[in-house]
Design a protein around this ligand. Structure first.
Ligand code: UN1
Length: 488
């Protein structure tokens, strides 16, 4: 069995804990190897290495840093098929989606490499003569990057590419469900020429590795994607670090009575059951106009019945397993709650062999029911019927989250009203709730995060500080706000 190492200061080393954990293929339970169970002293070493590398990296011109990012892009491209296979084996989603995951990483490295020749600040006039004002972007310092297992290449890329282009160095903790993908990712960075200490990797649990990163006195920024509970823990424990949180969603698709129903069904199936529902942008609620509810449900269920479950490596399969045992238990728990609260089970509801779970639909749910409010992160869609557009907006906004959203309608008025009224970071018109493109900002409102955005130009803000510069060439001590002092 392959025993892996952590990566600190440019060297693959053993964890000082001496302990290991295993990662398993969720489709068949086979072990993918042993991984070091990192601890606080590994994190301390990683932080020291990251600071040691910081002066050199942060002072390298950004266009030169970008050359390395372009090489990462090229290597991801060359190895796309094989990396996708690694993703599918480790977290279960089907190969086509895993290739999409790698493609997203390719795109973001390309986009952020391009930022190496931008990283814009701005200039603006001074209120005083012979004085020049501008802003610059400067790096933050050492960043802790903590990522989930559902996009094991795209999400580390969303964070590490902008962190690097801005001149930061990184301590990276991948999810303990996908340590192998994390290692493959770092191997590729090293091959591309990322200097020693610029990216360090510590594998292990949230408690043993995540918490020491979050609380570390010498880490200046944290970028995290994952559960709301962990997000809250970070907000409470990171102190005055610059923190970016991308937490969950309870995303809704509104289907109006004038929608193209076949298109809406396509969107609901893909959004609800792609990645086995394990996306923060999953369409876990469908808010359907009563006039078309029955038609929609008939077509929706017919499509779901055709979904083939199995190993994501099999090209005929549509839906893979859930990631682990506790994910299965969580889905089972919510299905039980849905039934108890009186939502109507239209299909599915049962655990199958191993970590597979039937695609499940609840209907005639009320907006306040638990299955209409809480993130399940599995193949469960809750249908909530509404009588008009106003009620649809009320329902879609009735949750604590605000990540993605969608409306299917042929009315331009409804489309634009939805853009205006839906409380979410992302709104799709006549498309599903997933499918973010890397040159646009990604993130949510309300309890989906703390207001930061990833990807796009806004993605640079999370990983840089703004420095304000005043240059006075008047030869006098000029004072702003027109103050006269000591001059009489
Ligand atoms: C996530 O689930 O954490 O738009 C991110 C999407 C993907 C990213 C999802 N590109 O669904």
């Amino acid at each position: 069995m392959r025993t892996n190492k952590i990566f600190i200061g440019g060297k693959w080393v053993n964890s000082s804990s001496g302990k290991t954990f295993e990662s398993f293929n969720p489709a068949n339970g086979r072990s993918l190897g042993k991984f070091p169970q990192g601890n606080k002293s590994d994190v301390d070493n990683a932080v020291r290495a990251a600071w040691k590398a910081y002066p050199g990296w942060s002072q390298t011109p950004a266009p030169e840093r970008a050359e390395i990012l372009f090489t990462v892009r090229d290597l991801l491209k060359q190895n796309k098929k094989e990396l996708a296979k690694c993703i599918t084996m480790e977290m279960g989603k089907v190969l086509a989606e895993s290739e999409g995951d790698v493609q997203e990483a390719i795109d973001v490295f390309e986009y952020m490499a391009g930022e190496g020749r931008r990283l814009f600040g701005h200039t603006t006039p001074s209120e005083l003569p012979d004085k020049f004002c501008m802003t610059l972007r400067v790096p933050v310092g050492v960043f802790g990057v903590i990522t989930p297992w559902n996009f094991p290449f795209a999400l580390p890329a969303w964070k590490i590419a902008p962190a690097l282009i801005c001149g930061n160095t990184v301590v990276f903790k991948p999810s303990s469900d996908t340590p192998l993908c994390g290692i493959r990712f770092v191997e590729l960075l090293v091959k591309a020429g990322v200097p020693a200490g610029v990216v360090n990797l510590v594998t292990g649990s949230g408690k043993d590795v995540g918490t020491p990163i979050i609380r570390h006195e010498n880490i200046r920024g944290i970028s995290f994607t994952g559960s709301r509970n962990t997000g809250k823990f970070i907000a409470e424990n990171a102190g005055l670090k610059k923190v970016g949180l991308e937490l969950g969603g309870k995303n809704g698709i509104i289907v109006m009575d004038d929608a193209d129903l076949d298109l809406a069904v396509d969107g609901a199936v893909w959004g609800g059951f792609g990645t086995t529902g394990q996306r923060c942008t999953a369409a876990s609620r469908v808010i359907v106009h009563k006039k078309v509810q029955k038609d929609f449900e008939k077509k929706f269920i017919a499509r779901i019945k055709k979904l083939r479950l199995g190993s994501g490596l099999d090209s005929k399969v549509d839906v893979g397993p859930l990631v682990n045992e506790s994910a299965v238990e969580k889905v089972q728990k919510y299905v039980g709650i849905g039934k108890k609260e009186g939502a109507g089970l239209l299909c599915g509801g049962k655990k199958l062999k191993g970590l597979f779970f039937e695609p499940t639909v609840f209907s005639d749910a009320k907006k306040g029911m638990t299955v209409a409010q809480e993130e399940i992160f599995g193949p469960v869609v809750t249908i909530i019927p509404v009588k008009n557009f106003r009620e649809a907006i009320d329902v879609i906004n009735s949750v604590d989250y605000g990540l993605s959203s969608s409306i299917f309608t042929r009315s331009i008025d409804n489309a634009f009203k939805a853009i205006q009224k839906i409380e979410a970071g992302i709104t799709y018109i006549n498309s599903s709730t997933t499918g973010a493109e890397v040159h646009l900002p990604f993130g949510g409102v309300k309890q989906t995060g703390n207001g930061t955005r990833e990807a796009g130009m806004e993605g640079i803000d999370e990983f840089s500080e703004t420095k304000t510069v005043y240059v006075d060439y008047s030869g006098r001590l000029q004072k702003a706000q027109d103050i006269e002092w000591g001059e009489k």
